[in-house]
Design a protein around this ligand. Structure first.
Ligand SMILES: [Zn+2]
Length: 138
């Protein structure tokens, strides 16, 4: 199954890490950017997948369910972490949604503070922000 990239975003190579998700349109502060879509998996499946993958495209919905954007993702699975992000995510009725934290201009990479992620606490951050905390997990 292949899903189209969500309207208003595009996937390109990123200075932060691998591929990134970029704004192809202007998103005003507070505006919804896109939904994190993909395969809905349980925490048992999350644990299994984390064991044998180097790149993780899994985002949690709650303590049991998560979405793996590697299958059926719409481009938002490539949103990289930054310690000075321009977007944030919110879970609403079981859907993971991204919103603009400030005005985002076309061409800007869309970034998110992962906070507590499925990444290892040892995973180093290379976001390049002045306030970079040095690690991905908060
Ligand atoms: Zn950082």
């Amino acid at each position: 199954m292949k899903t189209e990239v969500a309207p208003g975003i595009e996937v390109k190579s990123s200075k932060i890490d691998g591929k990134g998700c970029f704004a192809a349109a202007r998103f005003e502060k507070g505006r919804k950017i896109a939904e994190y879509v993909g395969e809905k998996i349980s925490r048992h499946e999350v644990a299994r997948r984390l064991k044998n993958r180097r790149r993780i495209h899994i985002s949690g919905i709650d303590s049991y369910w998560a979405i793996d954007g590697r299958c059926g993702g719409n481009g938002t699975q490539f949103i990289n972490h930054s310690c000075e992000p321009n977007c944030y995510s919110k879970v609403i009725h079981g859907h993971i949604l991204f919103f603009a934290l400030r005005d985002i201009e076309p061409g800007e990479e869309i970034t998110l503070d992962y906070g507590e992620s499925y990444h290892s606490d040892r995973k180093r951050c290379s976001c390049g922000a002045a306030s970079c905390r040095g690690r991905i997990n908060a």
